[in-house]
Design a binder for this molecule. Structure first.
Ligand code: HMH
Length: 222
């Protein structure tokens, strides 16, 4: 069992509230209203801008080149891979990257991103990577699960671009690397006494992910 599986098992209920959220279920069966998906995706763009800062902070907090390269990989996954999806999908709805960047941040976006940034500022590199891990590994898990359930039906599914992106080779590899790096970091920096603190951070980040999905469901109705 790697550190990620241990964290997930310890924060099992919070993890389930995230990866099995109604938003995810509705995205999978195609019943998610497009307005909810749009509201979510615009906020997710703002979320990614803050997460890019969190990876830059991880580079700053790195004392080894290996840690710095892992932070750089996270930063480029956001700037060079993931954000393209948002720009492409929002472009179809007539939204430019400038308009996305200028959108007001929802409280759920502020809460989650600033929580993670604070974990990095007040803690060390392990705290920061633990707080970041539900994001990257969770989306890889959700994407792979939905793609697996849909099989060939993914081809003409309303959310095929999103599911395909997170189930795709490139993203899956980023998540595997992030998971391996977290394990190496824990082997170096974690004491058993610290584990419950880290599990609490992990559980909190998972809850904030669930709140982020919920924001997507609630916003069009607000
Ligand atoms: C809210 C959220 N969590 C995780 C990811 C995956 O990077 C994302 N794009 N957005």
């Amino acid at each position: 069992m790697d550190i990620f599986d241990r964290l997930k098992a310890t924060a099992a209920a919070d993890w389930a509230s995230y990866v099995e959220h109604d938003f995810v279920r509705q995205m999978g069966d195609g019943s998610l209203p497009q307005a909810a998906f749009r509201a979510y995706l615009v906020q997710d763009y703002l979320f990614l801008i803050q997460f890019a800062r969190a990876y830059a902070l991880a580079a700053y907090k790195s004392r080894t080149l290996a840690d710095m390269r892992a932070a750089k990989a996270g930063l480029s996954a956001i700037l060079d891979l993931e954000m393209d999806l948002h720009v492409r999908l929002c472009g179809r709805w007539g939204l430019s990257p400038e308009q996305l960047e200028a959108a007001p941040e929802h409280q759920a976006t502020v809460a989650y991103t600033r929580f993670v940034l604070d974990c990095g500022v007040s803690g060390d590199l392990l705290d920061l990577h633990v707080a970041l891990s539900p994001c990257i590994v969770g989306y890889a898990e959700i994407g792979a699960r939905l793609a697996g359930e849909l099989g060939p039906a993914l081809d003409d599914h309303p959310y095929r671009d999103w599911i395909g992106e997170y189930a795709g080779q490139a993203y899956q590899q980023v998540a595997r690397d992030a998971r391996r790096h977290l394990d190496a970091l824990a082997a170096r920096a974690m004491t058993e006494a610290r584990f419950s603190e880290l599990a609490a951070l992990f559980g909190q980040a998972s809850k904030l992910e669930a709140d982020f999905w919920q924001m997507g469901l609630d916003m069009p109705r607000a």
